[in-house]
Design a protein around this ligand. Sequence first.
Ligand SMILES: [Zn+2]
Length: 1126
Amino acid sequence: MGIEIIMQLETPEGCLLVLSLQSSSDKASILSILQVLGDLLSVGTDRRIHYMISKGGSEALLQTLVDTARTASPDYDILLPLFRLLAKVGLRDKKFGQKALELEALDVTLILARKNLTHSQNLLHCLWVLRVFASSVTTGAMLGINGAMELLFKVISPYTRKNTQTIRAATEVLAALLKSKSNTRRAVNRGYVTSLLRLHQDWHSHDTTNSYLQIRRGLLLCLRHIVTLRSGREAFLVAQGMETLFTIAQNCLDDKSMEPVTSALLQILRQCYPESPLPLVTVSSAYVFPVPGCSSSEPPCTLTEEDLEDDGDEEVDQDTDSKDVREEDDDLETDVDKLSSEPGLDRPEGELIQYEAMCHELSDSFEELASKFGDVLNFEDTQHANHCHIPSAASPPQHCFNTDQSWRQEKEDVVQTSILNMVKAGKATMHLYSKNRPIMKLCQSVQQNGLGTDSPGTFDTKAFLEEDAWNIEEISCPSINVFFSNSCKPRETDERISKLLHTHPRHIPFHDPCLYMAKTRKTRSVVDFKMMAFPDLWGHCPPPTAHSMLDRKWGIQRIKILEDIRRFIQPSDIVNKVVFSLDEPWPSQDSDFNCLRFSSTFESGNLRKAIQVRESEYDLLVNADVNSSQHQQWFYFKVSGMRAAVPYRFNIINCEKPNSQFNYGMQPTLYSVKEALLGRPNWIRTGSEICYYKNHYRQSTAATGGTSGKFYYTLTFAITFPHNEDVCYLAYHYPYTYSSLMTHLDILEKSINPRQVYFRKDVLCQTLGGNPCPLVTITAMPESKSADHLEQFRHRPYHVITARVHPGESNSSWVMKGILEFLVSNDPVARLLRENFMFKIIPMLNPDGVINGNHRCSLRGEDLNRQWLSPQAHLQPTVYHAKGLILYLNSIGRTPVVFCDLHGHSQKKNVFLYGCSMKETLWQAGCAAGGSALVEDVSYRMLPKILDKLAPAFTMSSCSFLVEKSRAATARVVVWREMGVSRSYTMESSYCGCNQGPYQGLQFGTGELEEMGAMFCLGLLILELKSVGCSPQLLAQATTLLNANEDTLDHHLQRCLDSSKFSSRNMSELDDEPPCMEEIDYIGDNSSDQEQIFSELDKQIQEYAFNKNKGQEDEEGTGRQRRAIP
Ligand SMILES: [Zn+2]
């Protein structure tokens, strides 16, 4: 039978070449056509090959193969170049396997391979083509049925230096075939697991010069596919695979050239490390709170081994390329109705009147204005010395310790350090300062200082700590005293604290330990915490220098994973002792000096269990959010009983997010009590050997309600504590508790000059847990109670700022702290802002979550930032009333100019805003219909553009203005759509730090976050100056102010003010993150693997052709052996 296929190909010269491959035609013409095709495709791009495929090229070549092979004595002069072409074309044709199957090319190729078992050159060509056929899983399954695997095992021999190219190709074909589950099952049944392990061990032990890494890798790839099946894993364990490969992996670890082998080894070991449930009685939170509308009677599910379902054993072989890739854009909202602004009410209009009481500023007649604050001098003498503090990363450290600073002195400081001096370019100097000065190592400082030698005063710190006199756990919240009246009395507690403060004088702006203690007495937690964490009580100052991001040590993750696997293989040094647990009693630690002591039953603390694994290694589990069985990411706990200079390894083994900034330079934070008492009350970034990866723990299917079990991730880090027998605190990020906020607000209120600053604290509502949720109003007092002045006062536009709806995002509280302190400060910019705006601020939308150590949710176990569409007063009170307040402002014609909800971001660096744009969303989603006709005010882009120029940490390039369906119930989208606030934002601050701007390469400290808050306020002023409706008076005042600062004012700022020149700078989208050098998951990404294998195959064929032209075949590897083609 003769099939004629005509191919028209564009030659490099641009003419059309018509080729005709016809069966049974003469050898000479077929050869010349193959020659031309080979030449064409070898110089051309993939486009040319794809064109040829689209014109039936694959079929023509396959048909020629079948016809040629079926002759009585196949002609290898034709077959060899044909095989090379088939491999090259086949690699790019996704349907190639299917076409080969239909044209019966599989059988003829297998037959040719069998005939040529002793003829390595011919065999190699057959293997290349089989490799391409096998890239389709269904075709691979068919090859398996026809005996391909047995054939390959005849080719793959123990170590030899002969025919290694062929052996390599055979291992690669086998690996490809084993992607088919039916082949894998066959392989397990025939005992191939043992054979492959022996082969690999043989090659490993003989190949001492690492000349045949590709063969060793090929064998491992075969095993890797087999162990995706449960039966494969079982066979692997029975064959002592873990022990064998573990030993090999340990030998390979330090050798970078072994990379291809090492990564495959690790993947197999991780896959075969038996899965197990978390060592917890239940994954549900240890804390339960009876809340309305919650089925709290949910039975705790006990985890058993049997619950762990096998995930990999699907019966049907499926080609991966048939799966549709779900586009990210699918989540974009494309329904114009749902994007359109819709002024509407989710509650009866009459209810809104209750918020009138929270807007007292609108009705106050300020009768007392003239007389009450007449005596200014007296006021100044009596106030706290805090109110001039400008939150700044550059705050001089003496701020923290100098108690002698008078109010006036600080006032002078402030005038010199107006925020205008700190805009982007100006900050660059601070950056250099940080960069050039090596970060002080805790240990060094300790060695230099010597413990106790620089202790302020005569107080004996050591003795103090040892005698446990101050044990803050016993310094208690009041509730304990009510119930345990014979224990520590509040008075005694106060005395202890006073003694401590007296002997360790320090001053931290906006903090007061005694007030903090008083505040904790009113804070209500679910399980009635009876302790305070020392750092929250004592206070924190940003350390004088910023911390660089941690450089990731090469191969660190592998080392950690092998250490984990060693527990399974060499359990001799495993202690496995529970040393702390919320759920069960554990042996008393008092007498045990060989282990650390843990605790976290204090505000925002959430350690659930600690297990000593090895002498200085601990597995830690954090509590799930209250009334939930998930969201473990935040951690905050106390550790004591340590020895100095010993690296302790901590593994938090039940993290949930699939990746983390801990893989990209972020470190956890540490607070040492001894350091604090030595005058360094700082949370610092610390820890080494940090990585974050998927572990072998798995949630049972029963616990997830039948859906496939969830994976967990390990965050591991090593800490070397600075002192012996210290008490230290470790946290995910700088803690900021609810009691800290309440303390802070009190001090702020006392610190302001009430003649100038209008500062009012209201209670927005009570939370479900019974804590008041504060609402703060800040503006300037009216100049006088004259009608004009009151008129001006009452008509100031509103800005609404909220934060900490997600409790684990403590970074947002530090930004909020910066905003609050700046707004009440004496900075001229702050004064202008107060005189022209009213600020409505809800600094903590989820107090209960913060108090109880949640990461994400409220006491009902729900994400409050998904409740804004229809919140209910008795279920989500803070959201209900926050929305109510904005609805009220809306209803009286006082819609906020800007709404911003502050958050923290765990995956990205820098600070950025998310906004809402209907037009950008439709455009991005490819909806031409909505896009062009639509008119949209683009002013939502102005504030982020301004911040990009002002704030060192901020970057426009990460901002997005797309509206996603999944975000329809967030504050940002609801305030934008229902209240018509076009400038409605979410501000995201990285947990880590910056990869651009003056802070590039630095992790955030609290100073940088607070500075961001101040910069945000300055941004609001500039935004107003640039708006059309800006009052001439404000413009004049601002111009004077800005000109006065001209010397120090960054020229960026000038450009900001000059609208005509305002254009966004050329911003290349920063990649979210470079890919992690080592895989987070068990199994590496198969698709990139595939591409790599293909490009390698291409290379092999090319090298072959090249050497053939030279008349020689170079053996793969060292090249020591050369032989002629047989
Ligand atoms: Zn958030």
